[in-house]
Design a protein around this ligand. Structure first.
Ligand code: DAH
Length: 355
């Protein structure tokens, strides 16, 4: 009997030595000391022994039982600890390692400028509005006081949607790619929720001879205020604040009288050219951005024409109104020192990756 206990102990020690995981360990403990385990099998025979033998074997068997329990416990701790022994090595993070951040995308300079403009105007409590890029003729021209045959239509010549689509439509309902964001002024006035204080950033299209300042599609930002007691100084003040924030503190604005069919009176507003710093010359040549004038036209502006207002049933006795439409591309060119707006549309990685 004693030999059996010794053999069992050896078998247990051998099995335990080769165990490396908790489930295996549990199986060993089942196998050796649980009910119907190997030790229990041996103990069954004890009852047939003489009393003297029993006195010797019982303590031996209990000792072996305690030994097995103790060893299993130790092994369990050992297995648990070994799990974490290499953890520092395995999960090491070298915070001093060199890490170069390489974004997979770049924000386009026009988006950056447009977002900045939006932020500036939102901080002045303007609401952002949107309008369709495919506009109808009536809103793009007629309701802005540019009827058919008006010579100003040449200045805003555009791309018409195919004859197939326009074929059966009344002349004023034909669709075209909008030439400016100004039709959104009319859309907003027709909602009849006064006062109006909006900006409309968006893409516009022109049938245009391309050069440093002109492209077939570009981005504008429309500004419209219809409110009690607003004056020209509000328009001037807002504009100056925005341009100084976007360009630089020393930026000067120049107001020139002009003509737009949808404003009366009208003005064009120029900004001192940041490409040549108003010196008219860049690399020994006339600056291409300002054509050597030192000024770049940024926007058209002033009071909405009474005909446009009456088309939207707004009472000029109560309200005053101002509007402007600015060229986001030109502001982006000025802000980032890009000497031709055309470069914004040429997918030049060399340019885009700088932003
Ligand atoms: N829509 C004009 C253009 O694209 C710009 C403009 C001029 C907008 C005067 C206005 C304005 O709101 O009042 O050339």
């Amino acid at each position: 009997m004693q030999n059996k206990l010794i053999e069992l102990k050896q078998e247990f020690i051998l099995k335990l030595e080769n165990t490396v995981d908790i489930i295996e360990l549990e199986n060993i403990s089942k196998d050796f000391i649980w009910k119907n385990g190997k030790l229990q099998e041996i103990l069954k025979w004890i009852k047939d022994l003489s009393n003297d033998d029993k006195k010797i074997i019982w303590p031996e068997a209990n000792k072996l039982r305690d030994f097995i329990l103790e060893e299993i416990e130790k092994k369990e701790v050992q297995i648990e600890e070994s799990k974490y022994a290499n953890i520092e090595e395995l999960e090491k993070i070298d915070v001093s390692a060199e890490y170069t951040k390489k974004p997979l995308w770049h924000k386009h300079p026009i988006s950056i400028t447009s977002n900045l403009l939006e932020e500036i105007f939102i901080s002045m409590w303007f609401k952002i509005e949107d309008g369709p890029q495919v506009e109808n003729e009536r809103l793009n021209f007629d309701m802005l006081n540019i009827p058919d045959n008006h010579p100003a239509r040449d200045v805003w010549d555009t791309f018409w949607i195919s004859d197939e689509i326009n074929k059966n439509k009344a002349p004023w309902e034909k669709v075209l790619l909008r030439t400016h964001t100004s039709p959104v002024q009319v859309r907003e006035m027709l909602k009849w929720t006064l006062p109006i204080k909006i900006i409309v950033p968006g893409r516009v299209f022109r049938y245009e001879q391309e050069d440093a300042r002109h492209t077939c599609n570009f981005y504008q930002l429309e500004w419209l205020v219809v409110w009690e007691k607003v004056t020209f100084w509000d328009l001037k003040g807002t504009l100056e604040t925005a341009m100084k924030k976007l360009l630089w503190e020393k930026t000067s604005l120049r107001f020139r009288p002009s003509i737009f069919p949808f404003t009366e009176p009208s003005a064009e507003i120029d900004v001192s050219c940041q490409i040549c710093s108003g010196t008219w010359e860049k690399n020994g040549k006339n600056c291409s951005m300002c054509s050597g004038s030192g000024w770049v036209e940024l926007l058209g502006a002033w009071m909405v024409h009474p005909k446009v207002l009456s088309g939207a049933w707004i009472d000029p006795e109560i309200y005053s109104w101002f509007a402007f439409g600015m060229w986001i591309d030109r502001i982006a060119a000025q802000r980032f020192g890009v000497n031709s707006s055309r470069m914004f549309y040429q997918s030049k990685l060399k340019l885009n990756e700088q932003f």
